[in-house]
Design a protein around this ligand. Structure first.
Ligand SMILES: [Zn+2]
Length: 208
């Protein structure tokens, strides 16, 4: 027998109910942690690409606040030797999906977040100009959580309803010599099914 009981995150993590992107480019229901690591997109740029990443700080450690602090420029290394190497790094993403499916937003999608670095997609360089960056809290070495796929699908649908998106790629697709994320554990077919994405939106290797 099971008894339905309210639990933390249940409302945001539920599969029903659409998320809404406001006209100012912020998701109505996301937790907001504003990042100074952003600037204006080039005028007239169509936002037509979703870029999927993974991140964990320190690497392989989940659940802390280091990612949010890195993006918000409030990271103190606390003596951690890896975090110390990130000092002065100015990066961000539009969204972070925590392991429990919580959606954190750092930058309005109308602004340019700094997540892709040197990158190329469909003959265009500098993917930050025309993409929305979504970080999944995770790594190249462990599966992502069910709640993250649910949140990613809901977020994708909300972004699709508001932006002229036409493709999704992983960071490794647009910066193949430098980046490996979202990595081998990101299940593209599962994501595509959950978000109801056309096959043509996916990286060629994920279209099988
Ligand atoms: Zn990345």
């Amino acid at each position: 027998m099971s008894v339905a009981a309210p639990r933390r995150g249940a409302a945001q993590g539920a599969a029903t109910g659409a998320l809404a992107l406001r006209a100012d480019g912020w998701l109505a229901s996301a937790r907001r942690v504003p990042s100074p690591h952003c600037d204006a997109r080039p005028p007239g740029t169509a936002i037509d690409l979703l870029l999927i990443h993974n991140i964990s700080l320190p690497p392989g450690v989940f659940g802390g606040d280091a990612i949010e602090r890195l993006f918000a420029s409030t990271l103190a290394d606390g003596g951690d030797p890896f975090l110390a190497t990130l000092r002065g790094l100015r990066v961000s993403a539009h969204f972070l999906l925590r392991r429990d499916g919580e959606i954190v937003q750092f930058v309005s999608v109308h602004e340019r977040a700094w997540h892709a670095g040197a990158s190329r997609f469909a003959g265009r360089v500098g993917c930050n100009d025309f993409s929305v960056g979504i970080e999944l809290e995770g790594s190249d070495f462990v599966p992502f959580a069910d709640a993250q796929y649910t949140a990613l699908a809901r977020l994708t649908r909300a972004l699709r309803a508001a932006l002229p998106l036409a493709a999704v790629r992983g960071h490794s697709d647009v910066a193949p010599c430098r980046k490996t994320d979202p990595g081998p554990f990101f299940d593209w077919p599962r994501y595509a099914r959950a978000a109801r994405l056309p096959a043509r939106w996916l990286p060629p290797a994920a279209r099988a």
